[in-house]
Design a binder for this molecule. Structure first.
Ligand code: HEC
Length: 205
């Protein structure tokens, strides 16, 4: 009886195996076999707007010095949930840098015009990235390192290190934008002290 049952189980087992092998050989088994594994969907612009920028804000807003009449106050994450939220932002930012460098990612979902004097339109940004992919990927890698420092700071619950990581991140954003987005930006000179546009200028003094 026991041997019989065993025999039946073995029988079913080998039938199942045969079905599996047959399945593996049949061309219909993997209908998506020719579809690429990775398919970029968002444009670089959308990644900036929806992933990189909001996540960087999550890191930057985590620690801030608020100046009041009572003096400077350092605001930092307090509860485990707050720390967790900052870590999540930094983690998505870090993985976002992998998305940025995926082959075939377009700058814009649609072509866009230059936004301001000294900035480039989407076609020129795309050309610049194609012409110096190594630099583009280098900036993305630097952004990843900045995000990793932020994660390390969160894990160490170290607000000063988080502040420093945020500063480093900011520098990387600026460097990549200067190279690929607004290489010819015009920086208006700051008004002199006696210029009426100067913030400290008081009329009549
Ligand atoms: C590897 C290069 C690179 C890095 C690093 C980078 N950016 Fe960008 N970013 C671009 C390019 C290219 C554009 C121009 C395309 C565009 O207008 O979106 C852009 C545009 C933007 C825009 C404008 C999006 C819009 O509405 O058109 C924002 C906001 C932005 N980046 C934020 C950031 C922030 C914040 C960081 C750093 C935390 C950062 N970027 C780091 C390449 C980069």
């Amino acid at each position: 009886m026991a041997a019989n049952t065993l025999g039946r189980i073995q029988g079913i087992g080998s039938l199942g195996l045969m079905a599996l092998l047959l399945g593996a050989c049949s061309p219909q088994a993997a209908p998506n076999a020719t579809a690429p594994t990775l398919r970029p969907v968002a444009s670089i612009q959308e990644l900036m707007q929806d992933v990189i920028d909001p996540c960087a804000d999550g890191v930057w807003n985590a620690v801030e010095t608020v100046t009041t009449q009572a003096g400077d106050q350092l605001h930092q994450p307090q509860t485990p949930d707050e720390w967790r939220g900052v870590r999540r932002a930094a983690m998505v930012l870090v993985e976002g840098t992998n998305l940025l460098v995926m082959d075939g990612r377009r700058v814009g979902a649609k072509e866009f015009a230059a936004e301001a004097a000294g900035a480039l339109d989407s076609a020129h940004i795309q050309q610049r990235i194609a012409a110096d992919r190594t630099a583009f990927e280098g900036f993305a890698a630097a952004l990843r390192e900045g995000g990793l420092s932020a994660i390390a700071a969160v894990d160490a619950k170290d607000p000063a290190a988080l502040l420093a990581a945020g500063g480093a991140l900011d520098q990387v954003c600026e460097n990549c934008h200067l190279a690929f987005w607004y290489p010819n930006q015009v920086i208006p000179s700051f008004p002199r002290d006696d210029d009426p546009r100067h913030p400290i200028f008081r009329s009549g003094t």
